[in-house]
Design a protein around this ligand. Structure first.
Ligand code: 5AD
Ligand code: SF4
Length: 451
């Protein structure tokens, strides 16, 4: 039996899909990239913006139509992730033929559900009633430690989910509704998982969570040190592990002890993705983001003081309800002052069930487009400047895999997460090499190995 898994959305979803794949493999299934030969197709979905939901619904409709066209009752077609949680049973109504809906807190059950339906369908007893499971599961975070790398280019880098859920309740965000409250995994489980990954050849881990630096906060005694920094220290001590990254932290939990960890913990890489969302304090307040633009800039400044070549990327939403030209001007200012070298700019999209969806979506689409374009242009200049500053210098790069293009060309990242392309051979994979940067584009650096 073969399963095909298609993933939309964030790295948490990519990681959940790896766990789903591992559950299939444990049951004796194999994983295929080719949906035409699959016995089960799983679509792992995102709800953060309306467009993401529409894309996944379109894909599911297409898969079901194609199966109808072939006249067969296989493959099993199921949906999981945030949209599955958000829309639940409604999906089997708008997508007749869909075999199951398993919510974002049920991803660890997906292989089980898919296999049961597969067996029922094999016996020919059709139609099989669709299964909908979007019930709460507050222990789902204890079942997310299995690995089967899917989309990532290499076996050298691994994602590790350290928590699930979020309770920050940013006014625009659907995540707390679909993923539930914050649940942090036990530190010892995470350390054991990373040790096992390192034993299997992994050199770099990226810790994942919706508010990753609030790890453990729901169980921490007041006044105790941050469990997140404690976790970083424990991981830093694992022999054979070379690099530690994490995403996404929240500015409100980026305290001095975390800033101090940079430089002190030698495996912690000098790259951070720190979502700003807006540079206007009144918009931040409306968004229920409990920090001010100046607090954000102080974190960025201190990180830059602490470590050389610190790379900082961000998320920004343009066109939030009531965003005036002055609010946007402040966002542009902060965007420049923080000197982001990478960013995701999103046009505000109202999500049903969130607080801001009760307000009119009053910034016209054309203005959202314009603001989006302005930030993208500034970003292009800032990324290029960051890259140009690296030309002629030497950096250590962890060689991940072959590059997408070019014979004998390989890909690896610097500690500050810049993508380098250089000539090498297979024997370099998983090794750390020194490369000299020769030239740059906005997205990648062209380099040569010098040691
Ligand atoms: N509209 C636009 N962007 C959003 N994000 C979250 N919710 C919305 C929304 N309703 C963005 C935020 C977040 C990123 C993952 O998606 O910037 O950091
Ligand atoms: Fe959404 Fe805010 Fe939680 Fe991030 S911190 S997942 S934006 S509610």
């Amino acid at each position: 039996m073969k399963a095909h898994i298609r993933t939309y959305g964030c790295q948490m979803n990519e990681r959940d899909s790896e766990n789903i794949a591992a559950n299939f493999v444990e049951r004796g299934w194999s994983i295929t990239n080719n949906e035409d030969e699959a016995d089960a197709i799983i679509v792992n979905t995102c709800s953060v913006r309306e467009q993401a939901e529409n894309k996944a619904i379109g894909k599911l409709g297409h898969l079901i139509n194609y199966r109808n066209f072939t006249g067969k009752n296989l493959p099993v077609i199921g949906v999981t992730g945030c949209m599955a949680q958000n829309r639940g049973g409604q999906l089997v109504k708008i997508l007749p033929g869909l075999d199951f809906v398993a919510g974002a807190r049920k991803t660890h059950k997906v292989a089980d559900i898919a296999e049961q339906i597969y067996r029922q369908k094999l016996t020919g007893r059709v139609p099989v009633a669709p299964v909908v499971d979007v019930s709460d599961d507050l222990t789902s975070h204890l079942n997310i430690d299995k690995h089967y790398p899917l989309a990532r280019s290499s076996k050298v880098c691994a994602f590790v989910s350290i928590m699930q859920g979020c309770q920050m309740n940013c006014s625009y965000c659907i995540v707390p509704k679909v993923r539930g409250p914050m649940r942090s995994r036990p530190t010892a489980d995470i350390v054991a998982e990373v040790r096992a990954l390192v034993d299997s050849g992994v050199k770099e881990v990226t810790l994942l969570g919706q508010v990753v630096n609030a790890f453990g906060i729901e169980r921490r005694a007041p006044g105790k040190v941050s469990e997140f920094v404690d976790l970083l220290e424990r991981l830093n001590a694992i022999e054979g592990l070379q690099r530690i990254r994490f995403t996404s932290p929240h500015p409100s939990f980026f305290k001095d002890d975390l800033i101090e960890a940079y430089g002190r913990l030698e495996k912690l890489c000098q790259y951070v993705h720190l979502p700003l969302q807006s540079g206007s304090n009144s918009i931040l307040r409306a968004m229920n983001r409990p920090y001010r633009a100046e607090d954000f800039l102080r974190i960025a400044e201190r990180l830059r003081e602490k470590v050389a070549d610190m790379s900082i990327s961000t998320d920004v939403i343009v066109g939030y309800p009531g965003e005036t030209p002055e609010d946007f001007r402040q966002t542009v200012d902060v965007f420049k002052q923080a000197a982001f070298d990478m960013a995701f700019i999103f046009k505000y999209s109202p999500r049903e069930g969130t607080k801001s969806a009760q307000q009119p979506d009053d910034v016209p689409e054309s203005i959202k487009d314009q603001r989006n374009k302005i930030l993208l242009e500034i970003l292009g200049e800032q990324s290029m400047r960051f890259h140009e500053n690296m030309i002629g210098r030497t950096f250590d790069v962890l060689v991940e895999d072959r590059a997408k293009r070019g014979q004998d060309m390989f890909m690896g990242r610097t500690r500050n997460h810049r993508k380098c392309i250089f000539k090498a051979d297979e024997s370099y994979i998983a090794k750390t090499v020194n490369v000299k940067i020769n030239s740059a584009t906005v997205t990648a650096l062209s380099a040569e190995i010098v040691g």
